[in-house]
Design a protein around this ligand. Structure first.
Ligand code: DGL
Length: 298
């Protein structure tokens, strides 16, 4: 049983692709709808909330948890791996993020290789990263890309309100305007040059990928983060098959859990994306230290 964690709905873009491509596995998805969005929160809160979500998934029986959220990965993944799991918390369990598979796909280079890799099959002169404020501030994408493709110019664009609008099921026209404005701001800095790649570095953004496609230059390739994560997880499980071993649960199932008190509202974009209505069960999470609990505050 593999756990998937996101601040809310966004990680469903990853969950759906993983479930379609790995039908022999069972996934448990936890959306922290009670505390979403994460993208503008202070880093220490993102770490505390992510750790609580991962612990909740471990308690559900998951041995491996994927942070299906760029913000949680950029801010918390390394800290949880090095300062928590490596120090003996939850022996035999692991947590992985989604930045590494995305950087591997964008640079056409395995994560373990941190030397410049040229020549490359596809051009990587300009790589655009559209993400939340916290992911942009972490600089994880430019740093990791430039180790492998030092000649690439990485241009980041924070889209602060976008994940929250998607999460709230904002109308298409509003989303289109916001996406258009952010893409215009990005392109303005490139003096008319088209990025070779655009990384939608927030798992919510594939839900509006068609809007990004409409506003980005036709020559810009959109990198599919869900496919990159699926490629990488397949490879990881091949090397570490014990994480995929069945624990008695039915294969092919995706259980959807939410920290929200009631099943979260489902907008038309989300149900269209999932291919049907979403049925989340509420779960009580391990409490996150240093983060105000909205249930107690209200
Ligand atoms: N879906 C998340 C990401 O990939 C976080 C969005 C948010 O909660 O702000 O960054």
């Amino acid at each position: 049983m593999i756990g998937l964690f996101d601040s809310g709905h966004g990680g469903l873009t990853i969950a759906r692709t993983l479930a379609e491509r790995m039908r022999h596995l069972t996934f448990v998805y936890l959306g922290d709808h009670r505390n979403a969005p994460y993208g503008e929160r202070p880093s220490q809160e993102v770490v505390a909330l992510t750790r609580a979500g991962v612990e909740t998934l471990f308690e559900q029986g998951c041995r491996l948890v994927i942070l299906a959220c760029n913000t949680a990965t950029a801010v918390a993944c390394r800290t949880l791996q090095r300062d928590w799991l490596a120090k003996g918390a939850w022996p035999g369990r692991n947590v992985l993020g989604i930045v590494a598979p995305t950087v591997e796909a964008a640079t056409q280079t395995p994560w373990a290789v941190t030397e410049p890799q040229y020549p490359q099959k596809y051009r990587t002169d300009i790589i655009a990263v559209l993400a939340t404020t916290r992911t942009v501030e972490s600089a994880v994408y430019p740093e990791e890309i430039s180790k492998r493709c030092p000649r690439a110019r990485v241009v980041q664009q924070a889209c602060p309100e976008l994940a929250g609008l998607i999460e709230a099921g904002a109308p298409e026209a509003v989303l289109d305007e916001v996406v258009g404005a952010h893409v215009a701001a990005l392109l303005e800095r490139l003096d008319g040059r088209a990025p070779d790649w655009a990384i939608l570095g927030c798992t919510h953004y594939p839900l509006v990928a068609h809007l990004f496609r409409r506003h980005l230059p036709p020559a810009t390739r959109l990198l599919s983060q869900p496919d990159a994560v699926a490629d990488s997880l397949e490879d990881y499980l091949h090397r570490h098959p014990h994480y995929a071993a069945a624990g008695g649960e039915a294969a092919g199932e995706v259980r959807l859990l939410s920290t929200g008190a009631a099943p979260p509202s489902v907008g038309p974009i989300l149900s269209a994306f999932w291919g049907g209505p979403l049925a989340f069960a509420s779960v009580d999470t391990v409490s996150a230290t240093g983060v105000q609990d909205k249930r107690r505050a209200n």
